[in-house]
Design a protein around this ligand. Structure first.
Ligand code: FMN
Ligand code: SF4
Ligand code: SF4
Length: 253
């Protein structure tokens, strides 16, 4: 069983590849949040996987929230529990934060996969060049195949790029991000540009966007900060305050 969360499609692609290579079933945690149903049953010997993006040097907070709410029937000490996190560069202490969220369950293996960057909100951060984007995607194919082999062989290991100053980033910046930055209040829409296509609504994994009476998007306060809406808009009608006007856009194809 693989639980996944994805905004701009990188983690969904990784989860789909793993699901095929490992023959594990795939579950989008967005469905659990939509239905309010967080109970699952493992078959005998079934693995338990978590695939999610790194946000601010920790697991996407929505995945931490999911892990704390989920109830897994059939878990035993023999269950092989693993995580794979996608990132633009590095993941800090994401593995430790994931393990803590698991509580009594024991994480056995953890991997990171570098994928095209989608973080564009702060000065100095932008999407990758087209060349780098393609290089990362090319490399990721082999990386995911390698990870699936290691998981199927039940290696107990941590194989992630932590990056520099991991403690500071994950123990100071990540808690601040989780607590104060998960807000959709700064999204704005240029009503002149909006073509009312509804792609922002469809791309939101939290079902947090609807079109108002003028057929332009409105946000409803339950945001995972995945940035899918801003990246998916085909006419760049969505911005995040004044931070993103000069930034690129990215969505996994
Ligand atoms: C809010 C936010 C914070 C991010 N923080 C990090 C980070 O700490 N380290 C990193 O390497 N990439 C970071 N990224 C980039 C994403 O982890 C990366 O692009 C990921 O593959 C996106 O996954 P998705 O397409 O499944 O949503 C961040 C992206 C967002 C939206
Ligand atoms: S509102 Fe936008 S950033 Fe927030 S969860 Fe939905 S798609 Fe992601
Ligand atoms: S994706 Fe862009 S153009 Fe389409 S409805 Fe949303 S804001 Fe408007």
């Amino acid at each position: 069983m693989i639980f996944y969360f994805s905004g701009t499609g990188n983690s969904r692609w990784v989860a789909e590849q793993l699901s095929v290579l490992l023959n594990d079933r795939l579950i989008a945690i967005s469905e659990a949040f939509a239905s309010g149903e967080f109970t699952y049953t493992l078959a005998e010997g079934e693995r338990l996987g978590f695939v999610f993006p790194t946000y601010s040097w920790g697991p996407a907070p929505v995945m931490v929230d999911f892990i704390k709410r989920m109830e897994i029937n059939g878990y035993s000490e023999d269950t092989f529990v693993y995580m794979v996190t996608t990132c633009g560069d590095d993941v800090g202490l994401s593995v430790k934060i994931w393990q803590k969220a698991l509580g009594e369950m024991k994480g056995c293996a953890a991997y990171s996969v570098q994928m095209p960057n989608n973080y564009i909100l702060l000065p100095g951060f932008d999407v990758d060049s087209k060349d780098l984007e393609l290089q990362k995607k090319e490399k990721a194919i082999g990386r995911v195949e390698y990870i699936s082999k290691r998981i199927s062989e039940r290696h107990r290991e941590t194989d992630v790029v932590e990056g520099a100053c991991a403690w500071l980033k994950s123990r100071v910046i990540y808690p601040w991000f989780s607590r104060y930055s998960m807000s959709d209040k700064k999204f704005i829409v240029d009503t002149e540009k909006c073509t009312h296509c509804g792609l922002c609504v469809k791309s939101c994994p939290m079902k947090n966007i609807s079109l108002n009476e003028n057929l332009t998007p409105q946000w409803h306060g339950d945001c995972a900060m995945c940035l899918a809406c801003i990246h998916r808009c085909p006419v760049r009608a969505i911005e995040y305050a004044h931070a993103t006007q000069k930034k690129g856009r990215y969505f996994f194809k």
